[in-house]
Design a protein around this ligand. Structure first.
Ligand code: NDP
Ligand code: ZN
Length: 179
């Protein structure tokens, strides 16, 4: 029922807000980190027109294991195995060197599930829009351009998933001259 859906979505928002409470984004204003997972979920409902609750839940939770003390076991206990599985697919292994993690995202994009591809597309779109708005403190223009070029390689492995998000991403890549 609608009541059940609202309850489960707010449970995810609350879980993410508690886990990310001390974190800030890299933008010059150091925005609250929680703006990002909420914004990724909003891109999915508002622009991609996704109403699959599993995808929205995974979007809200997508950076909790990667960036906080949350564990996959905790996600499974609170939200079930399906949500755990999508979150696992979009979580980088932080024990690996950064360069390796970046290459693995490119490698794994094409074989990830439809649900994970949607979350990844919305995540890239949100982050590239952030970079378009303002350069993070201590980032050179070169580093921003590198991030766009790497993102394009990941997105190329996610194509055929959602036209609205892919069109918006292509517009950003065009503006940045990444091909
Ligand atoms: P980071 O991974 O350190 O930062 C990018 C990530 O930060 C995003 O993917 C996003 O992840 C999160 N984020 C938070 N705030 C913002 C924001 N305002 N805009 C965009 N993203 C934000 O950097 P890189 O992706 O560049 O990865 C590091 C790589 O860069 C390594 O390969 C390293 O070797 C290289 N490097 C290059 C330097 C250079 O000057 N060229 C200097 C240092 C490293 P999320 O969605 O998880 O929040
Ligand atoms: Zn993210």
């Amino acid at each position: 029922s609608p009541g059940d859906i609202i309850e489960i979505v707010i449970k995810c928002v609350n879980f993410a807000a508690v886990k990310h409470k001390d974190q800030r984004r890299l933008d010059p204003e150091s925005s609250p980190y929680i703006n990002h997972p909420i914004g990724v979920a909003y891109i999915l409902t508002n622009e991609a027109k996704i109403t699959d609750v599993d995808v929205i839940q995974a979007a809200l939770l997508h950076d909790t294991v990667e960036d906080t003390n949350a564990t996959f076991e905790e996600i499974e206990n609170e939200f079930g195995p399906k949500i755990r599985s999508i979150v696992e697919e979009v979580t980088d292994d932080k024990s690996l060197p950064k360069q390796e993690r970046k290459l693995l995202q490119i490698k794994h994009a094409p074989t990830s599930s439809y649900e994970a591809k949607l979350v990844k597309l919305a995540d890239k779109l949100y982050n590239l829009r952030d970079l378009e708005k303002a350069t993070p403190k201590r980032w050179t223009p070169y580093r921003v351009q590198e991030y766009f070029a790497w993102s394009k390689k990941v997105v190329d492995g996610l194509r055929g998933t959602n036209q609205a998000m892919e069109d918006s991403l292509d517009e950003l890549f065009k503006k940045r001259n990444v091909s």
